[in-house]
Design a protein around this ligand. Structure first.
Ligand code: BG6
Length: 495
């Protein structure tokens, strides 16, 4: 918690992200007493409106999207008294001047230099324009107290990501830039660090000597909905793998950091990306599978195929599913394959990491009835089910020596779902207190792009001949099964 006065200036203050995520998160932080006494939220967009009208719009949004349900009148009134509105054309530096006045006014009122957070809740092509106009309008930009938050996508390929970083770093220092990957704020994802680095029994097992392979699945039941325009230019490799799935992989594979300092943790993650085996263009067919959904039935309703969705080319070559086999060339992970899969319109939504341990070296339970001991698994279930399960072999109680698999479970179900903070609450609070541990550093973003560029290039050059190749409500294309089956494994069913 911080007592430092704080001003949030939200560009894109009337947009979807602000309404669905940012405001509910700030409101819940306020309710739980995490915000400093002196704080102000200034929303901004191109349309003119009064602060009262803006507060009313946000009230409706928070009532709809907050995990704590409908707001109480007196709580909202207190919170809303911190919210103002300033219209501005983002592309016009002159229109940024009023923010300077607002900041000065709070400085005088609070008699202190506040922390200042510029939040770019806008389409990515505005990030640089906003940064440049902050600079041109000479708005407050003290490296110690001023921060800027941006949301993925950070570029659309390695070159554009580098350019974005370069431009932002002309105006802000790296320590001021908070790049959000909301997966890093998820409760269970944060717990992986605690599980790995606060327990002495994990580390000796966490390597090539004991781990056979790792699976990371982030499956989604939803289709592309109204995001066709964005998705056509992106595809699932850019939308999910470049960021969320590779970040999960980094947390699983990283070396123990020497401290929990932001740069120390992020250095160890970058090490992982740098150790990933380069994907040679001649080997892409054997390491990467892409898919696109066709129409189908989801919970009794017929849904469109990807190519029929709004703003999607009827001959689109964009992938809505991807599965990869990756290797990490270092001492810890040599020879341990990491399988990643993610897709839209799959059979169910679940984000799960499974670590499969090696077989026992010798089986003494050989009688036909006893059952062959299964391999141990650690199943880290991020959502919707939140749990960490160790699958062990155990004797079935009774007179005979029969085995079955039992789960040793850390289950979040005892905590009501609404008690777990949302990713955005964690991340916004970290941004307020100035902790960058869970944010993406420039080199992390670039290293992730570098890894996937050969696949992106190959897929762009070679159209998929078989699209659409999986039906809505299925588990994805058949060749994704083949990708893992040829190594003798199968995709685990998801809890
Ligand atoms: C976003 C992607 O980053 O993550 C979306 O752009 C995806 O396509 C979403 O649906 C998934 O996030 P979550 O938190 O719902 O798993």
């Amino acid at each position: 918690k911080t007592t430092e006065p704080t001003i949030f200036i939200i560009f894109g203050g009337t947009g979807d992200l602000t309404k669905r995520k940012i405001m509910p998160a700030l409101y819940n932080l306020f309710l739980a007493n995490w915000l400093p006494e002196n704080f102000a939220i200034i929303g901004s967009s191109s349309s003119k409106m009064t602060a009262e009208k803006y507060q009313q719009e946000l009230l409706e949004a928070v009532n709809e999207f907050s995990r704590s349900g409908k707001t109480k009148k007196e709580d909202w009134a207190k919170f809303a008294s911190h919210i103002g509105f300033q219209d501005a054309d983002l592309t016009n530096a002159g229109a940024f001047k009023p923010f300077g006045k607002i900041i000065e006014q709070f400085k005088r009122e609070w008699n202190q230099t506040p922390s200042l957070i510029y939040y770019c809740a806008v389409a990515p092509h505005f990030f640089c324009t906003i940064a440049e106009n902050i600079s041109k309008a000479k708005l407050e930009n003290n490296p110690e107290t001023t921060r800027i938050i941006i949301e993925k996508p950070f570029g659309t390929d390695l070159e554009s990501a580098k350019e974005l970083n370069r431009k932002l770093l002309n105006i802000f220092e790296e320590k001021q830039i908070y790049r959000i990957d909301h997966y890093l704020g998820k409760e269970v994802v944060q717990n992986i660090m605690a599980f790995r680095f606060a327990n002495s029994i994990m580390e000796p097992l966490w390597n090539r000597n004991h781990v056979e392979h790792v699976q990371i699945s982030v499956t989604e039941q939803i289709g592309i909905g109204t995001r066709g325009k964005y998705f056509e230019g992106a595809g699932i490799l850019r939308d999910m793998i470049q960021n969320h799935l590779l970040q999960l992989l980094c947390i699983i594979a990283m070396e123990p950091p020497t401290s929990f300092k932001a740069n120390e943790v992020r250095d160890r993650k970058v090490d992982v990306l740098k150790a990933m085996r380069k994907i040679e263009s001649g080997k892409i067919e054997s390491m990467a599978v892409r898919g696109q959904y066709s129409s189908g039935w989801v919970e009794g309703e017929e849904v469109l195929g990807y190519r029929e969705e709004e703003n999607v080319d009827p001959n689109s070559n964009t992938e809505t599913y991807a599965a990869l086999k990756l290797h990490i060339d270092n001492w810890r992970w040599q020879g341990v394959p990491f399988y990643l899969r993610t897709g839209k319109r799959l059979f169910k939504s679940a984000s799960v990491i499974t670590i499969q341990f090696k077989e026992i070296p010798h089986n003494i339970f050989v009688s036909a009835d006893s059952g062959v001991p299964k391999q141990n698994r650690l199943v880290i279930s991020i959502q919707p089910d939140m749990a960490i399960r160790f699958q062990l072999q155990s004797k079935v109680p009774g007179l005979e020596m029969n085995l079955n698999t039992v789960d040793v479970v850390f289950d979040y179900a005892d905590n009501k779902k609404s008690d777990s903070p949302e990713a955005y609450e964690t991340l916004l609070l970290d941004a307020i207190v100035g902790d960058q541990t869970l944010f993406m550093r420039a080199d992390q973003v670039e290293a992730a792009w570098e890894l996937i560029m050969p696949i992106l290039n190959y897929w762009e050059k070679n159209n998929a001949q078989n699209f659409p190749n999986y039906s809505a409500d299925s588990w994805g294309p058949e060749n994704a099964e083949a990708l893992i089956a040829k190594d003798g494994y199968h995709w685990f069913s998801l809890p």
